[in-house]
Design a protein around this ligand. Sequence first.
Ligand code: GLA
Length: 733
Amino acid sequence: MMQKKRVRLTLLINLFVYCCFSGIAYSQTQTIPLETKHHALVLQVSDQQDVRISYLGRRLNRVAEYKSIPDTYKQSTDYTGLLNSAYTPSGSRNLMEPAISVTHADGNQSLDLRYVSHEIQQLEDGISLLKIALKDPVYPFEVTLFYKAYFKDDVVEQWSEIKHDERGAVTLHKFASANLHLKASAYWLRQYYGDWAREMQPEEEKLTHGIKVLDSKLGTRANLFQPPVFMVSLDRPATEHEGEVLLGSLQWSGNFRTDLELDPQNNLRIISGINNYASDYSLEKGEVFTTPVFMYTFSAQGKGLASRNLHNWARDYKLLDGHGQRLTLLNNWEATYFDFNEEKLKALLKDTKKLGVDLFLLDDGWFANKYPRNGDTAGLGDWEENRSKLPNGIGTLVKEASANGVKFGIWIEPEMVNPKSELYETHPDWVIKQPKRDEYYFRNQLVLDLSNPDVQDFVFGVVDDLFTENPDLAYIKWDCNAVIYNAYSAHLDNQSHLYIEYVRGLYKVLERVRAKYPTVPMMLCSGGGGRVDYAALQYFTEYWPSDNTDPMERIFIQWENSYFYPAIASANHVTDWGKQPIKFRTDVAMMGKLGFDIVIDHLNDNDLAFCQQAVKTYNGIKGTIWHGDQYRLTHPRENSVASMLFVDKAKEKGVLFNYLVNNRYDEGSHLPIKLDGLDPERNYRISEINLYPGTSSPIAGEQVYSGDFLMKIGFNPQVRKARESVILQLEAE
Ligand code: GLA
């Protein structure tokens, strides 16, 4: 008897010790704080076993006080208390916008989710993972919520896993990744809209009651009209330095949906995930549905800090080769369009060398024979070299590039097909289109059905064949120019899975590409900037923000992108768009990864000399731009001068870009612009760089200022008409 009691006691103690040290908790009511350096997300388990978000905001000094945070909802028996659910189910007690909504195997549409257990794991230094298991009390239906916290960057990634043990399939009507709650007196949403050549147009407004939805239903090129990134400021619009602000986005390269619901009690509910539009998901017994990741960062010191946290996080954990190098390049798209041959390209390889950049990038138009790719109406899908343009193949060009001391890269758009192509003729069943309806095209093309493993093999093969035949190929520009019209897959039994399976298929291909070619740089392009997100950027070293390379427009587009993505990922090319002089165009392109897409032969002597010198100058400052901290000093929408500063991590070097963005009379920098991110104690020498041949700078370059002075008083770059673009270099003494 005594023996048995002792064993039971030992088991209980072991269980207690296990719970304490593994983080698994079994108590009735508890508070689960998830902390990063300055931020906390606090979950609470009620005595009803409901899991709620009781707080999202600045971290408290005392962990014990999280449990004293008052409920932000009115306490009344009429209110079920589920308004701030950490993952809002539908059809039972909750009557707000759901995070999840289902039809069970027996046709019942109610769902309730109660706490089962939770666990916190330390994944690696500075990264922890909180898992919360939830279960329906009536149905064998489970959801696990995941919160991955990146301590030093104040970033949280959130997703969920859904599974069941019912007798048949359960239909998921909505299946969000994240369900957050914020409490403030008012909320300001900064969102973006756009179109081709007009990406990242910002709008910021106070949220009113009801639901604001940010979404895409385009399937591919999903960000064309609206990207998934957004910001929410609490209490008042945040500035660069001040205010509480959350920057968030879904990591998913397809249809997304973010609901921002301001409820009657002034709580903001943010629900984000795959767009459930035409996407009911039939979940088989035992199958696990893993949602994509929603990520956010929270800053109590404005948008500037939030963006720098995201940049650091991206370079550390997301962007492929985030701490690596990038290749400067010469692209032939705008120089030749489809009109080139081997001879012309050989001349361009020489120009690449002459310019001093690392790589020549051959764009669209190099492939297809039966229906040659001489325009955008034919040939897409037929990835063998066009014999009349390139009789000796790509291989000769890759060798010729080597002989010229430059690298060679190539454009592909492997997910797409022109109806006028051999691929379409051979595999009409590989194409997304409605069998009984007229075909409808976007840029004269259709999208291949990546839900089909044969198509995945084909797309992987496009890349693999290029590298197998040309092992020295050094760069890929991966384009995606069409949206999905007439969504229908000849491969899938369940059509409502197509939008999801497409993206899963794309990631499978990219996984295979990266397993075999882990380091080759790849640019993510989508008819301009129609696709960038952090799921895709795990496979790409850079993205193309827009086909609009007019430098004035680019200042604005790059500016808004810079809140979410680091400059090292921004592929910026100098082209003939815009009327600005070559210096202005080059300076703007330098605020990221520099490339050129101009006819070198057409440059006059001074322009050519300037470009050659600019490439050398860029090689000296690119480390600071790619790996340093970025500070937006004066916003182009609010000032006549836009100023952007990059400071290296050691605070020894800085590069300050300044542009006149308003051409009216007497506009310019009449006053000093306050710098940021410097060491107040150190002295910095300021000089102007990247001057056009034959011009001189009014900035002496001998004066030295303390970081303290430059941050409190500032420095005038003397931007005005005739000095419309000024780059200053800071060097600590
Ligand atoms: C898209 C890209 C361009 C270029 C063309 C080629 O529009 O954004 O940069 O590559 O395709 O057809």
